[in-house]
Design a protein around this ligand. Structure first.
Ligand SMILES: Cc1cc2nc3c(=O)[nH]c(=O)nc-3n(C[C@H](O)[C@H](O)[C@H](O)COP(=O)(O)O)c2cc1C
Length: 381
């Protein structure tokens, strides 16, 4: 059989040991010296039998078994079977480091998400151990006191915006009976995502599009898909949003309760949410303008801007909203018909009809005194 070495992995050396590091399948495998020789010979163009013969002659009698284990682990693959390689192809041309960074963080249908209750217990233990990093690092220098802001002394507009910003929070309690209103749903999508301005060159060709959130190079390379569960007048299902026409395009099925929670990182509190806006980056679009690798970062930043605008608008509408990073990228890519080679999921905004929160309390602090207090506590503790 003709074999190739999978292009999805690299060989790294840690503490004198060779390790196969594969970000697509998210696995690291320690390589025995014989495995390294197999990789060298297969990359040299030898077929499987020739490699086994040559290694057996040198006394490596386990070469055949090792080779089939390497096939099973995806280190070797039948020639022509290039799925993972194909998946990485576009990002890899931006630099293999970007492709590795990207795929090692991509969640799949099998990813195990941290159980929040177990994490809480673990964090309690860690804080008892006193290893919480300082809230503010110990910086030496002369200090200037800033007065706590008094929003009321500024314009009405500024004061209204500050109150909205202070009222904003991640809200995870939703009505179990009332569907989300279609008007509020439409406003959230169109106000945040459809263009507001277009700049043209002297020939009238569009050069830059603007909307309410900033965008690297004005490219709007972070796009959205929408998974609807309970919005009045809109059939539950998966949609892409044509932000120019302001229309939803049905692309995927209505998710049952289990699939909905599964796609959104097994977070049970999403059970009664009404819909999720899924942010995805379009690398082809941003690369069209910026060849440099750093442009990749801007997609994450841009999704953050969009999510914050969603927080404010949801707050103003009296709706509930929480941004989540713990989503299943691969599952959402499939549901929204994204092409993972150049369209990748970043996170999602989960919306619902607001209900009062019952879990925990949150103290309303009107000045920034708490920051000083926290700083003082970490220093004196
Ligand atoms: C990048 C990012 C990822 C987040 N992911 C999740 C998530 O997966 N699940 C969740 O319940 N909240 C998530 N949150 C919300 C935070 O938990 C929340 O902002 C934080 O607890 C502070 O609460 P607040 O937003 O009410 O001020 C995320 C927030 C950010 C900025």
């Amino acid at each position: 059989m003709e074999l190739t070495v999978a292009r999805s992995g690299t060989i790294n050396f840690f503490d004198g040991q060779a390790v196969w590091d594969d970000p697509v399948h998210q696995q690291q495998v320690r390589l025995l010296p014989t495995a390294l020789r197999i990789i060298a010979q297969v990359s040299g163009g030898n077929d499987a039998e020739a490699v086994v013969d040559s290694l057996s002659r040198d006394g490596h009698h386990n070469a055949r078994d090792l080779m089939s284990a390497m096939l099973g682990a995806g280190i070797l693959q039948p020639a022509g079977d290039a799925d993972a390689q194909d998946l990485m192809s576009e990002l890899a041309s931006w630099g293999p480091g970007v492709a590795h960074f990207h795929f090692s963080g991509r969640t799949t249908a099998e990813t195990v998400f941290v159980d929040e209750r177990l994490l809480d217990l673990e964090l309690q233990r860690r804080s008892l151990d006193g290893d919480l990093p300082a809230y503010f690092p110990d910086v030496i220098g002369s200090r200037i006191d800033l007065a706590a802001p008094v929003p009321e002394s500024w314009s009405e507009q500024c004061s209204a915006l500050l109150s909205l910003m202070r009222a904003r929070r991640s809200r995870r309690a939703y009505s179990t009976t009332t569907p989300f209103s279609k008007e509020a749903f439409s406003l959230l999508l169109t106000a945040l995502h459809t263009p507001t301005h277009i700049a043209r060159d002297h020939l009238g060709r569009p050069t830059k599009v603007r909307r309410v959130v900033p965008s690297a190079g004005g490219l709007q390379a972070v796009d959205i898909g929408v998974v609807v569960r309970s919005v009045e007048g809109i059939e539950a299902g998966c949609y892409r949003f044509d932000r120019v026409a302001g229309q939803l395009i049905a692309v995927g099925p209505n998710l049952g309760q289990r699939s909905w929670v599964h796609a959104l990182g097994e977070q049970e509190w999403v059970n009664d949410a009404s819909f999720a806006v899924v942010y995805f980056g379009r690398t082809r679009l941003i690369r069209w303008k910026y060849a440099r690798t750093r442009a990749y970062r801007s997609l994450f930043l841009e999704a953050g801007h969009q999510s914050y605008a969603a927080y404010l608008l949801a707050e103003a509408l009296g709706a509930a909203h929480t941004f989540i990073g713990a989503v299943r990228d691969e599952t959402l890519e499939r549901l929204l018909q994204l092409d993972p080679r150049h369209e990748f999921v970043i996170g999602a905004s989960v919306f619902g009809v607001r209900e009062p929160e019952t879990d925990g309390t949150s103290e309303d602090l009107t000045s920034f005194e708490w920051e000083r207090q926290a700083l003082h506590d970490t220093r004196s503790g």
